[in-house]
Design a protein around this ligand. Sequence first.
Ligand SMILES: [Fe+2]
Length: 282
Amino acid sequence: MSIEIRNHGRVGAEILGVDIGGNLTADEFEAIRSAFVQHGVVFFRDQLLSEEQHIGFARRWGTININRFFAAHPTYPEIALVLKAPDQRDNIGGGWHTDHSYDAEPALGSVLVARELPPVGGATAFASMYDAYEALPARLRIRIEGRRAVHSARHVFGSKPREEIRDSDTRAGRIGNSAVADVLEDVVHPIVLRHPLSGKQAIYVNPAFTIGIEGLDEEESRDLLAEIYAHCQNPGFIEDFHWREGSVAFWDNRATWHFARNDYPGYAREMHRITIEGAALD
Ligand SMILES: [Fe+2]
């Protein structure tokens, strides 16, 4: 079996000819690493991983972060459950975001495995923040140069979430531990980061967890963030990944946004997520 890397439309790379549940050779590991660093997300098909194999693959990339807010797998605490039941209206991750930007050392990324899928729909969209940065209009680039943004999880996972989250039914049995979110300190990251692995620049603010821009008043901050977000949602930087049984995605939170599409009412969707620790950003 020889490994093959193909572009996945506008965002990411599909990696064929490798069994990620087995012992990767040094060449295979390097090919996956290099595609991940370059593209910001890599996809695998037909893997049929056991939970132990999922954990084993994730460990190759760093220390596993035990999720504080999502329901955990009953046997494997390393695995966070991303669930939607047939009778639930809202899903987890149903808006553009990047995971863990509210941490001082945001997670490197996650390995997501499909366990139960709806017959149609339920794709995950990815947006390249490398491409979004490269295509920034000069006038917007100048306004964000050197600026830093504030990130928080309190308004999402805390005991007093903002209105649209309070009214959502994602919490019952799926999201908890609000007391931990309530005492999280806000953190600050550059709006444009220098990626720790690729050295490339990428936009690092997101509509879910970024709450403001340092040094700007509330209105200026909101307006500038809205402009950045509108730019980042240009369809030219976005691609959907359509899950099948055996599909696996491994994304980099520092180079991509993602969005779980919620277009399968009446059906269950169950995904297993393992998140890998990252580093401070500059
Ligand atoms: Fe997410």
